[in-house]
Design a protein. Structure first.
Length: 237
């Protein structure tokens, strides 16, 4: 039995020495996400003359992952549009604030057993903000051009499992830690342009999102060694 175990150990060691050693591997993909989006403002939530309506957001773009075994860094670049609607007591129609942005994510991702977990920051570069309040129109100058958020998500493979082509469906939750409204917007009582909302003091407006995300990925390749002690080289999948 002892000789058998030593033989198995020897064969296993030789196979490790002769096999290609994967060091770091890369994949890229396209992705889209859709779900509930909006602005959370504690003063508006407490106001008796306004009610929040469930609003939506859509993002689409691409990604690249830098992976070390099961762990890695996912860089997403997404073009996003979202809105927040409010119902006004005693008035017809909805008050609406909408915005467009380019979002850049840098997320730690752990992918194992055909599933994944991700967490990290996002920065949104706001390109346009509009509303239909007090005549309506573009209000971009009243909002901050950069907004920072925290992101957490998880999901699983639904197409493919060989690393070359995979389809992944997941859930993603985002919440901004910085105020969406700029100093000039505070003067006009954005986002609703109603001073009565802030009767008990100013409250920040924080962008939030919760929804589905789908990504279609394909492997690019990895750095590896052809044999023990060999020079690392990039190997395409």
């Amino acid at each position: 039995m002892k000789h058998f175990l030593l033989t198995v150990a020897g064969i296993f060691a030789l196979s490790l020495m002769s096999a290609q050693k994967q060091i770091v591997w890369f994949d890229t993909g396209l992705k889209v996400q859709y779900g509930a989006a909006g602005l959370y403002n504690a003063a508006i939530a407490d106001a008796s003359n306004y009610d929040y309506k469930i609003s939506t957001g859509l993002s689409y773009g691409g990604k690249i992952d830098i992976n070390f075994g099961y762990n890695g860094i996912a860089i997403d670049i997404m073009r996003a549009s979202a809105k927040q609607e409010f119902e006004r007591t005693g008035q017809t129609g909805l008050a609406e604030v909408s915005w467009k942005s380019t979002d850049i994510y840098a997320l730690f991702r752990n992918a194992k057993n055909l599933g994944y977990f991700e967490i990290g920051p996002k920065v949104s570069f706001i390109s346009k903000v509009e509303d239909n309040i007090s005549g309506g129109g573009e209000r971009t100058s009243e909002y901050n051009s950069n907004v920072f958020s925290g992101v957490i998500g998880f999901g699983a493979n639904v197409l493919g499992n060989d690393g070359r082509f995979t389809g992944i469906l997941g859930l993603r939750f985002e919440y901004a830690f910085t105020d969406f409204v700029a100093a000039s917007g505070k003067e006009t009582h954005a986002p609703l342009r109603d001073a009565s909302v802030y009767a008990n003091g100013y409250k920040t407006s924080n962008i939030a999102f919760a929804g589905l995300v789908f990504e279609f990925n394909w492997g690019i390749g990895y750095f590896g060694k052809a044999r023990c002690g060999g020079r690392s080289k990039f190997i395409m999948f």
